[in-house]
Design a protein around this ligand. Structure first.
Ligand code: AMP
Ligand code: GLY
Length: 423
């Protein structure tokens, strides 16, 4: 690959902003475009829909792009990697078939069973086999976990306390609660434990681990209320210690990569392992075929190595000669959200204080700029304030201080991010 590269980054959230920030620091960057991007200024925004592959191709050709980095899952599951297979541009991501690890929960569960990767017991059902589904539910203990097979914008998992509710919800899901995404439903045994996110980069032959992170999904303090896209994140994760990570590598990472290889599933990108620590043993809750959001907002700051080198390793299958170095400091992200999120919320509120946060990082999620150069809210998750610290407590205190300074009408945040890791 060339020494200087032109990159097109697809997406517009906090994850993409953190990746753009990291890319922008590389001495190997010639030019970074972000499509469609937000009010952050780490690259040049382009008004392109990441799902319109033809338009992406026109842009790639006109601007001699060397590499497409894909933030969200939808273009990957829709096959953007395969679309550009015969093109000179390199796509960082899995092939369409490999992206089924995220695109189909049934595929992911069957893959894990084929390769003896620890995960919850399951049964996958359709309208024709609903009676078998009811029997399987009866054989489980409460609570009951139901998952729409297909992509459902992060809302496709429902956990129910009573058997009667679980049966009703199973029936509703199969009847189209999530459209075609829930025509098949995966019923799972409930696993109890604390979760963490492990990120792997692979070129289909080799792999490297990125820093481990934990996210905070519920809207309310103390992990209460509705699920969101994520209210904050922390890295490193104290319980993901050496002994735990040894099991992660041996029982999960290596069998996953071996499985991908055996099944000829081409993968040149990020694998996100959603894990749960069940009494010291890691089990897989889910695979994603992309980085996590807001985990990326703490993982990128803790990655010391050049990210373009790492992308090159994935694309050219030279990961075996790439080093991944971590920053020893901890990082904490606190997400500012719009009042009402994850329900209805207003947009267009002026954001103030971004120039007063000192050394903290501000990763834009849902923002846009108006003609006067003001930064406005433009989504439910608005902006992540990220701080480094000597330890998690120090980073959390600094991120929360920055989160108190940045302001807009209806600002909401969780003030307890990282607290559970400090006890
Ligand atoms: P997912 O979209 O698959 O990440 O699921 C959303 C959330 O539901 C996860 O982050 C877990 O907190 C929870 N969850 C999913 N599957 C299970 C399970 N088998 N046992 C317990 N919790 C689960
Ligand atoms: N933070 C979880 C996710 O990105 O799916």
């Amino acid at each position: 690959m060339k020494e200087k590269v032109k990159i097109l980054l697809l997406g517009s959230g906090g994850r993409e902003c953190a990746i753009a920030w990291k890319i922008s620091q590389s001495p190997r960057l010639e030019k970074l475009f972000v499509a469609p991007g937000n009010a952050a200024k780490f690259g040049t925004n382009v008004a392109l829909d990441p799902m319109n592959f033809e338009a992406v191709k026109e842009f790639v050709d006109a601007n001699e792009i060397d590499m497409i980095v894909v933030g969200p899952e939808n273009p990957l599951v829709a096959g953007i990697y395969d679309y550009f297979r015969d093109h000179s541009v390199k796509v960082i991501g899995p092939s369409k078939d490999a992206a089924q690890l995220e695109g189909s929960k049934e595929f992911a569960k069957e893959f894990m069973f084929r390769h003896h990767i620890p995960t919850a017991r399951f049964m996958s059902v359709t309208a024709e086999t609903i009676e078998e589904g009811y029997h399987f539910l009866e054989s489980l203990k409460a609570p009951y976990v139901l998952k729409a097979d297909g992509l459902a914008a992060g809302k496709g998992v429902i956990i129910l306390d009573s058997l009667a509710d679980a049966k009703d919800t199973l029936s509703d899901m199969l009847e189209g609660m999530f459209g075609g995404a829930s025509a098949t439903v995966v019923i799972e045994e409930f696993l109890s434990g604390i979760e963490c996110s492990v990120f792997v980069v692979t070129d289909s032959e080799d792999y490297r681990l990125l820093p481990v992170a934990k996210d905070y999904k519920r809207v309310g303090e103390g992990d209460t209320g509705l699920n969101t896209g994520g209210m904050g994140s922390v890295s490193p994760v104290p319980f993901a210690d050496e002994a735990f990570m040894e099991k992660v590598v041996k029982n999960i990472v290596e069998p996953t990569l071996k499985g991908l290889k055996e099944e000829n599933l081409e993968y040149r990108g990020f694998i996100f392992l959603g894990l749960i620590n069940v009494e010291g043993d890691p089990m897989v809750i889910e695979y994603n075929c992309r980085m996590g959001d807001p985990e990326t907002e703490v993982v990128m700051p803790r990655l010391k190595s050049d990210i373009i080198d790492l992308f090159e390793g994935m694309a050219d299958q030279t990961l075996s000669i790439k080093n991944v170095e971590f920053d020893e400091r901890a990082a904490v992200a606190v997400m500012l959200t719009s009042a009402g999120y994850p329900g209805d919320y207003e947009k267009g509120k002026v954001i103030t204080g971004l120039d007063k946060i000192g050394e903290c990082l501000a990763f834009h999620a849902g923002t846009k700029e108006n003609e006067r150069g003001e930064v406005l809210t433009n989504g439910g998750r608005v902006i992540a304030l990220v701080a480094y610290g000597n330890d998690i407590a120090d980073a959390a205190q600094k991120a929360k201080a920055a989160a108190a300074i940045v302001d807009f009408e209806g600002k909401y945040l969780r003030n307890d991010i990282a607290n559970d890791l400090l006890r």
